[in-house]
Write a protein that binds this ligand. Structure first.
Ligand code: ZN
Length: 317
């Protein structure tokens, strides 16, 4: 089955052509998600047509389109259910109608963290495992759970994907979701500047000069002994570790997969979360395996085939 896949991030759109668990070719385009999704639809179409041309394939060779979207999604209706400052117009768009009209193909859409987990389950770090939890550490914090071989969705598509909005600090920072003290509001790239600015050492920190703050800079400054960066590193690792324990207690996985852009600093993040989890998670059955994503950015693209088969069982091209 050949699938036109995309993973719509807040800052980058990852676009690819997928077949039999392999990304045949892919490209990345700036998302400009603040301007909405409608202006990006022609960009997606043009990118796919270009990738197909490169592969000497045409639209008639393809079975469908898959979209990983950074929000809550109704997979059955194929609609976006909420927006959090990214692609604010998406709820009003009929993406299936667009796909049929412009590409002549059915379209399946799912939450991006769920897509990442499905990709890892089918082709990556979660192969052969039926009970998984994944956290993507990045601009926001994405989560997803697979329980007894079933992707957890719940009544409104919310189950498992709101881990970033588990309360990890009672009475803490106001989150974009409206809750207080969410993991995402306490330690994600989107909130990093706000959290840094509340530190007493902020004005004298080397990070103060950075045009855009990110975790790679924080970890580098922390390694050089910067007091503000050291506090941010410790705080963030504690938040992510606490979230990991919460997810393990909630969903009883065999394995926890860590992905997302911040895992480019896996040498710092992975041992810290692993150590905390092994010490504090209540797993009387044994030790949970805490592993990095194997597929990185391609996980959500590779999930496209599985999602299309699930949503359109009649497809078998
Ligand atoms: Zn929240």
């Amino acid at each position: 089955m050949i699938v036109l896949a995309c993973d719509l991030g807040g800052t980058r759109m990852k676009i690819g052509v997928v077949r039999d668990g392999c990304v045949l070719t892919q490209t990345v385009k700036p998302a400009q998600s603040k301007k909405g999704l409608a202006p990006q639809l022609p960009v997606l179409k043009a990118a796919w047509l270009q990738l197909l041309q490169k592969l000497k394939l045409s639209l008639t060779d393809c079975a469908g389109v898959s979209v990983g979207f950074p929000s809550l999604v109704d997979t059955v209706a194929g609609r976006v259910l909420a927006e959090y400052g990214k692609y604010a117009d998406a709820m009003a768009l009929d993406l299936r109608a667009w796909s049929q009209a412009e590409l002549g193909l059915p379209l399946a859409i799912e939450n991006d963290a769920r897509m990442a987990l499905i990709g890892e389950w089918k082709s990556g770090a979660g192969r052969g495992v039926s009970n998984l939890v994944m956290i993507t550490l990045g601009t926001g914090l994405g989560t997803c759970a697979l329980i007894e071989g079933r992707v957890m969705r719940g009544c409104h598509g919310q189950a498992g994907v709101l881990g970033g909005h588990f309360t990890v600090r009672y009475g803490g920072r106001l989150c974009s979701c409206g809750n207080l003290g969410c993991a995402e509001a306490e330690a994600s790239t989107a909130f990093l500047g706000d959290v840094a600015a509340t530190q007493p050492e902020w004005d004298s920190s080397s990070l103060y000069q950075a045009a855009t703050l990110n975790y790679a800079l924080v970890f580098k400054a922390a390694a050089a002994g910067d007091p503000c960066a050291l506090k941010l590193r410790e705080h963030s690792l504690q938040v992510w570790s606490s979230l990991a324990v919460n997810l393990i207690h909630a969903y009883d996985p065999e394995k926890l997969i860590l992905g997302g852009g911040i895992m480019s600093c896996a040498d710092i993040v992975l041992p810290s979360i692993r150590e905390y989890v092994l010490r504090f998670a209540h797993t009387p059955w044994g030790k949970i395996s805490v592993v990095p994503s194997e597929l990185g950015d391609t996980a959500a693209l590779l999930a496209g085939e599985w999602l299309l088969r699930e949503q359109f069982p009649e497809l078998e091209k």
